[in-house]
Design a protein around this ligand. Structure first.
Ligand code: GLN
Length: 266
C-alpha cells in the first residue's frame, strides 16, 4: 500500500527535509516501508509531490500566469530512488506546505504518471493510501452521482482518482474539506465494506486526513509546523499514532500560538 505525507507550517522548508533526508523519509519508505498493513512490499510504481507556491516568489508585480497559493506538481511513474534529478530538485525547492506520496499500484490498476498522487485541483492536493474493495463495480452507484464530464475527465482509471472526484463534488456543493472527506469515507464504506481509506488533503492552510484500516501518525514542530505521515519519518517520540477510524484536522501555529491538531472518531 502506498505511503503518503503532508506538511504545513509557518516557515519554508526544503522538500528534501521531509522527503529524502530523514532516517525513515518517504524515499526510504518507497523501498523499505515498515507498516504495509494491506500487503505489497515496496512502493515502486511512481511517486509525486505537490507544494504550495509562496506568494512572495511571484515578485512585486505578481505572476501573470499563475494565481497566488497555486499548487505545483512533480509526478513520475518510476520509483523515487531512480530519479536523481528529483533528489537534486528536492534540495532546492522550499515551501510551507506540501503533500507527497509513493505508490504501490493496486492489482488491476494502471501504472502511469496520472495515477500517482497527489492529485491537484483549485490549490488543493489529495492522496489516497488504500484500496476500494470490489472496484469498480462496488462504486457504480456513487460514480453515477457525478456529472458525466467529471467521469470523462478522471485522471486515471483508479479508485483514488474516483475518490478525489467524489471529494471535489462535495467541495463544489459547498462542504468544507473535513465534511467532504468524512462524507466520502462513509459513503464508500457503505458501498464497499472493508475498503482501506486513508485520505489526505492539504490546501496550504490545513491538513485533513483519515485513518481507515491503515497506518497514520503526526507530529508538531517547535515553530508551529505539523507533519502527517503514513509512517513516522524518524524515531523521535514526538510522533503520535492516529487511531484507526479517525479524522485528523491540523492547522499550523505561529510564533505565539501552538499548532491545532484535532483527532475525532469518523
Ligand atoms: N489503490 C490506489 C492505487 O492503486 C492506492 C494504492 C495504495 O495505497 N497502495 O493507486
Amino acid at each position: 500500500m502506498c505511503r503518503h505525507l503532508a506538511h504545513v507550517g509557518p516557515t519554508p522548508v526544503t522538500l528534501a527535509s521531509l522527503l529524502t533526508e530523514p532516517a525513515h523519509s518517504l524515499l526510504v519508505q518507497s523501498y523499505a516501508p515498515a507498516d504495509m498493513r494491506g500487503g505489497g512490499t515496496v512502493n515502486a510504481d511512481g511517486f509525486g509531490v505537490g507544494w504550495l507556491r509562496q506568494v512572495s516568489e511571484m515578485g512585486r508585480h505578481g505572476d501573470p500566469f499563475h494565481s497566488p497559493g497555486e499548487a505545483l506538481l512533480y509526478r513520475r511513474d518510476d520509483p523515487m530512488w531512480t530519479d536523481a534529478s528529483f533528489l537534486d530538485l528536492a534540495r532546492g525547492v522550499t515551501t510551507t506546505a506540501l503533500v507527497a506520496a509513493v505508490r504501490s499500484a493496486t492489482v488491476g490498476m494502471p501504472v502511469s504518471t496520472a495515477a500517482c498522487a497527489p492529485f491537484r485541483a483549485d490549490g488543493r492536493l489529495f492522496s489516497h493510501n488504500g484500496v476500494v474493495r470490489g472496484w469498480p463495480h462496488s462504486m457504480a452507484d456513487l460514480a453515477a452521482t457525478l456529472p458525466a464530464l467529471d467521469l470523462l475527465t478522471l485522471e486515471a482509471a483508479t479508485d483514488s482518482a474516483l475518490l478525489w472526484a467524489l471529494v471535489r463534488a462535495r467541495l463544489a456543493a459547498g462542504k468544507d474539506v473535513a465534511d467532504a472527506i468524512a462524507g466520502v469515507v462513509a459513503e464508500t464504506l457503505a458501498a464497499a465494506p472493508g475498503s482501506r481509506l486513508n485520505l489526505l488533503v492539504g490546501d496550504g492552510e490545513q491538513i485533513v486526513a483519515t485513518a481507515v484500516d491503515h497506518a497514520l501518525s503526526y507530529r508538531t514542530h517547535a515553530d508551529g509546523a505539523v507533519t502527517v505521515a503514513s509512517e513516522p519519518l524518524d524515531p523521535d517520540p514526538a510522533w503520535v499514532p492516529v487511531p484507526d477510524g479517525s479524522l485528523l484536522v491540523a492547522r499550523p501555529g505561529g510564533s505565539h500560538d501552538p499548532p491545532a491538531v484535532t483527532v475525532s472518531a469518523l
